[in-house]
Ligand binder design. Structure first.
Ligand SMILES: Cc1cc2nc3c(=O)[nH]c(=O)nc-3n(C[C@H](O)[C@H](O)[C@H](O)COP(=O)(O)OP(=O)(O)OC[C@H]3O[C@@H](n4cnc5c(N)ncnc54)[C@H](O)[C@@H]3O)c2cc1C
Length: 302
């Protein structure tokens, strides 16, 4: 019998392919077992080929952005991981209208818009994900969030093809968008930014970068804030007041700099991080009766 991998070789010819890729290479946590196959579509036709192949072979697939919100289990990911390349990493500035591909780094786009004298995306300058990951998660920081700057989002749907969604159709909420669980690929965005003074916009970026560097353990591998913010509380202080700052299980440690982060202190496994997450949840529940819910996406074979 011909394996799906052999079929992929010919069905996805011309699209970059890599087999058995350690997810530790593709995540900011530097954790995770092997992904069966990583492909890099460069245009819409490539995406169509990949999704059609997955549909025909009944293969699971997922988009991998910068892997900055992912905890991948130690057995890795079955099926196909899709990393957007080619046209999806380009942007276009035309008379104040910004269009950007979903594979672009969100922080780069924030800096570029500020340098062009466009204001609104400065909040995202230090978010280490892609544009697509930012939309999917409705990423936010410093009182800004993606929902506040999007005009339209383009997505690819294997049944319906390319669709542009208006802002009102995006169903954005706290770390939520319509794309979660939709089976669609976010491919591009159009932004609604304000014409502003370039000096002010770039100064804002410098200020937010300093704030982030002073408060977050950016020098260590992590996936950012592990938990969603519970109503009426801040996660970092809850964990710190529970006496867990610096607490470790294996190579996973509650950051000494920001207790809302778990860092990989060297050689951490996903199992270490998962045990640490459960321990934190248990202690915080006992002390404060607050239920912490992970914000990071936990994926891969159990
Ligand atoms: C040091 C650090 C600081 C951080 N600070 C913040 C912060 O201030 N605010 C914040 O909100 N987050 C923050 N994060 C978390 C993370 O950067 C964001 O959630 C980011 O938006 C994830 O983007 P990504 O490209 O890395 O997505 P990934 O982690 O690769 O993927 C996340 C999810 O999005 C899906 N996805 C990604 N791209 C697409 C696409 N094109 N189409 C469909 N689905 C897609 C993936 O399948 C996955 O389910 C931080 C993380 C780190 C490591």
């Amino acid at each position: 019998m011909v394996s799906w991998q052999e079929k992929a070789n010919s069905a996805l010819k011309g699209i970059k392919q890599r087999y058995q890729v350690p997810m530790a290479e593709l995540t900011t946590f530097k954790i995770g077992g092997p992904l069966d196959l990583l492909v890099e579509p460069e245009n819409m036709a490539d995406i169509q080929k990949v999704l059609t192949f997955c549909q025909m072979e009944k293969l699971p697939w997922m988009i991998i952005g910068m892997g900055s919100n992912l905890l991948v289990r130690d057995k890795g990911i079955r099926g196909i991981g899709i990393k957007l390349g080619g046209i999806f990493t380009h942007d276009e500035f035309y008379e104040g209208l910004v269009t950007a591909g979903a594979g672009m780094a969100l922080g780069d786009l924030a800096k570029k818009t500020a340098c062009q004298g466009l204001s609104g995306l400065e909040f995202a300058c230090g978010i280490p994900g892609t544009v697509g990951g930012g939309v999917y998660m409705n990423a936010g920081a410093y009182d800004g969030e993606m929902a506040g700057v999007l005009k339209k989002v383009q997505a690819f749907d294997v049944e319906k093809g390319t669709i542009w969604y208006d802002k009102a159709e995006l169903d954005m909420g706290y770390r939520h968008s319509r794309f979660q669980g939709s089976g669609q690929v976010i491919t591009a965005i159009q932004l609604d930014l304000k014409i502003a003074d370039k000096e002010n916009a770039t100064a804002k970026i410098a200020e937010l970068t300093c704030q982030r560097e002073s408060k977050q353990p950016l020098e260590m591998p992590s996936a950012g804030s592990v938990f969603r913010r519970p109503v009426g509380y801040y996660v970092g202080p809850l964990i710190e007041k529970s006496g867990l700052k610096g607490f470790s299980i294996g190579g996973a440690q509650v950051s000494m700099k920001h207790a809302g982060f778990i860092v990989n202190n060297g050689g951490a496994t996903a199992a270490d991080v998962l045990k640490l997450i459960e321990h934190i949840r248990e202690i915080v529940k006992q002390k404060f009766s607050v239920e912490l819910i992970p914000e990071i996406r936990i994926v891969g074979e159990e």
